[in-house]
Ligand binder design. Structure first.
Ligand SMILES: CC(C)(COP(=O)(O)OP(=O)(O)OC[C@H]1O[C@@H](n2cnc3c(N)ncnc32)[C@H](O)[C@@H]1OP(=O)(O)O)[C@@H](O)C(=O)NCCC(=O)NCCS
Length: 177
């Protein structure tokens, strides 16, 4: 699973350790589900269990220079309806906003449709996360609707956009940038 600048690699306990600072970074958590600080023990225990979850696939995002910059995966894979939710974060701040995350999503889309034979992927993106929504749209996702006042951040409720892509809507990888 490879694009010109990133590849998706295995995610194991070594990558779990490297991700602890990222899952506690406000610049990541303001766009993801985490709302309280996570201890090293909690983080390790969570992943020891989740790495065995058959309804999940997790990968590390690695640059062509071999640097682990973030993580991406499929959640709640429904093996009958053949759909799954995508989540992604570029944890290393210097690589955000430069297309690496978008390339990683494109890799995951190709993997999900081409190798797992899934039918549909979707993502939930907080309404204020314009970069996140744009990144998924660049990979062929379209807006399916929004969940009203669905998350609570900084003392306020926010809508959450739902973006989805069907296997038949998958584009050529060359169109992502
Ligand atoms: C969301 C994320 C994966 C996107 O990956 P990325 O490689 O950083 O995204 P890109 O650089 O391709 O940017 C996507 C688009 O958003 C635009 N963009 C970049 N920064 C932006 C910002 N601060 N505000 C609005 N748009 C922005 C870019 O211009 C780009 O569009 P363009 O290529 O047409 O110019 C990554 O930024 C990230 O990990 N963010 C933090 C966690 C997160 O939001 N995860 C997703 C939760 S659903």
């Amino acid at each position: 699973m490879k694009k010109s600048r990133v590849s998706l690699r295995a995610f194991g306990m070594e990558e779990v350790e490297r991700s602890l600072d990222w899952v506690n970074d406000d610049e990541v958590t303001k766009y993801t589900g985490t709302s309280s600080p996570i201890s090293a023990d909690e983080h390790r225990a969570y992943w020891e269990k989740e790495l065995k979850n058959p309804r999940r696939k997790t990968f590390s995002i690695v640059t062509s220079e071999g640097r682990h910059i973030g993580n991406i995966g499929l959640l709640e894979i429904d093996w009958v309806a053949r759909n799954a939710e995508v989540y992604v974060y570029v944890g290393d701040a210097q690589y955000r906003g430069k297309g690496y995350g978008t390339e990683a999503i494109q890799c995951l889309v190709e993997y999900a449709f081409g190798r797992l034979n899934l039918h549909k992927l979707f993502a939930r993106v907080y309404a204020y996360n314009e970069r996140g929504a744009k990144s998924f749209e660049k990979c062929g996702f379209t807006r399916e609707g929004h969940l009203r006042e669905h998350v609570f951040r900084n003392g306020e409720y926010h809508d959450v956009a739902v973006l989805g892509i069907l296997r038949s809507e998958q584009r050529d990888s060359g169109q992502t940038r």
